[in-house]
Design a protein around this ligand. Structure first.
Ligand SMILES: Nc1nc2c(ncn2[C@@H]2O[C@H](COP(=O)(O)OP(=O)(O)OP(=O)(O)O)[C@@H](O)[C@H]2O)c(=O)[nH]1
Ligand SMILES: [Mg+2]
Length: 437
């Protein structure tokens, strides 16, 4: 997700950091690069223009932020404006009926299942229902998905109109006192009068607390044109961008708030029910700047890693006291957390290179085997690993000395990143200023 922007932004900003003096020319060059990156990533032209205007004004006005180097001052302005353009604060989802609308095949039904799963995991009671009477298998599709994730699907006798289904589903949700009723609607290839009229009536009947427009991120700017029309007629409260996994550009995510005026609330990043992420403007901005997304990583980790273990590890990281035993522990935990490429993208400094990294789960097994073949002393103090020890470790793990060297080298690199992280301890969490690297 957003790999292209992450790559370009990280490149430009690290040039800025390396410069000894921050001239207006350098700032202007950087802004030009950012402009190209935004346009290339398919961010709306007007949005790009406004964004750069704000950054330029602030950067050249030399607003003073103590404790920050000149480069970091510019970067922090870029960061803050990125957060703004992405929508500012994270937008919550109001309880009640959530109506899903959008063109055909954009991912409405799939997103309902994902969101139901997400809300349920958060402890909410959720029910789903479908008013899609147009496509024969549409209702069955949602019913099956609901079954799979274990939330009630409200079904009614055949032959009812979409409006009648909406009415009954809402009534039933009230009786069942569910926190959220997620209501599916039929998609259309193009905006047509009939469909919009039907949606308007459904909205009238259901009195939803949210009307979410589901847009396919791969359709780029054209997805937004349609969203505007839907917004005029239905009054949207949020947008869900699906298929963000399929498009490295994802500029739509930066254009939604400013061009339509409603926030992105969730993004879809795959076909499975777990592949939905709440949209945090600050975290996304950090990812784009190559700072990773430690918060989301930590949350994912919390789902699978026992609290004490996590605390123990983070204490060691923060103390700069991270050894190979910890690395092994971490690898084991990470392998429990899900697809590695998605996790790696959240680690500071790695997001930008993610498209060059081919994640091979076998590699992790190999690393684990190598660490397993070390003595506890070696794991705690890798510096003592000399050539004869390397040979022994390679033999014990069925690998080569060069493999062992690679693991040790990677470990050293990780330690370096962690020392940098240590330098910004406390800042990224809650603070809006994650730049001390
Ligand atoms: N890769 C990827 N595929 C997705 C995502 N969301 C949905 N899809 C796929 O998109 C296709 C269409 O999804 P549906 O949920 O049926 O779309 P819909 O909007 O309900 O379609 P209609 O009801 O026909 O209008 C399916 O193959 C989904 O698996 C996503 O975030 N990433
Ligand atoms: Mg559907």
């Amino acid at each position: 997700m957003l790999e292209l922007l992450t790559e370009k932004f990280s490149e430009s900003l690290s040039k800025l950091r390396k410069a000894r003096k921050l001239s207006d020319k350098l700032i202007n060059d950087t802004l030009r690069e950012i402009r190209l990156a935004l346009l290339e990533a398919d961010v709306d032209y007007q949005v790009t223009k406004n964004f750069l205007k704000r950054v330029r004004e602030r950067a050249l006005s030399k607003e003073i932020k103590k404790d920050l180097s000149p480069a970091d001052q510019v970067i922090s302005i870029v960061y803050e404006e990125l957060v703004n353009v992405l929508g500012g604060e994270k937008a919550d989802l109001n309880k009640g009926t959530v109506l899903f609308v959008g063109l055909q095949g954009t991912g409405k039904t799939t997103t309902i299942a994902k969101l139901a799963n997400y809300l349920k995991k958060k402890g909410n009671s959720v029910a789903v229902s479908s008013t899609d009477v147009r496509r024969p298998a549409a209702m069955l599709q949602l019913e099956r998905l609901a079954q799979k994730i274990g939330v009630p699907y409200y079904s009614f006798e055949e032959g009812l109109s979409a409006e009648e289904i909406a009415k009954r589903a809402v009534k039933r949700a009230k009786e069942d006192k569910v926190d959220y009723l997620l209501l599916d609607t039929a998609g259309r290839l193009h905006i047509d009068e009939d469909l919009m009229e039907e949606l308007r009536r459904i909205k009238e009947i259901a009195q939803p607390s949210e009307v979410l427009y589901v847009a396919d991120a791969m359709q780029g700017q054209s997805a937004l044109e349609t969203a505007k029309t839907f917004h005029e007629i239905l009054g949207l409260t949020g947008v869900v961008l699906t298929k963000m996994d399929g498009d490295a550009r994802g500029g739509v995510a930066l254009s939604v708030k400013e061009s339509i005026g409603v926030p992105v609330k969730f993004v879809g990043v795959g076909e499975k029910v777990e592949d939905l992420e709440p949209f945090y403007p600050d975290r996304i901005a950090q990812r784009i700047l190559g700072l990773g997304d430690i918060q989301s990583l930590a949350e994912k980790a919390q789902e699978v890693i026992p609290e004490e273990k996590a605390q123990h590890l983070s204490a060691k990281v923060m103390a700069g006291d991270f050894d190979l035993e910890d690395l092994r522990e971490m690898i084991r935990m990470i392998r429990n957390m899900g697809p590695l490429d998605k996790l790696l993208a959240m680690i500071p400094g790695i997001g930008a290179q993610i498209k060059n990294i081919k994640v091979d789960e076998k590699q992790f097994k190999k690393i684990e085997a190598i660490i397993n073949s070390m003595t506890p002393e070696e794991r705690r103090n890798p510096r003592i690993i000399n050539m004869s020890r390397k040979k022994r470790i390679a033999k014990g793990s069925g690998t080569t000395v060069s493999d062992v060297n690679k693991v040790l080298k990677r470990y050293e690199e990780m330690r370096k990143i962690m020392r940098k992280l240590k330098g910004m301890a406390g800042l990224p969490f809650g603070g809006r200023m994650p730049f001390r690297i």
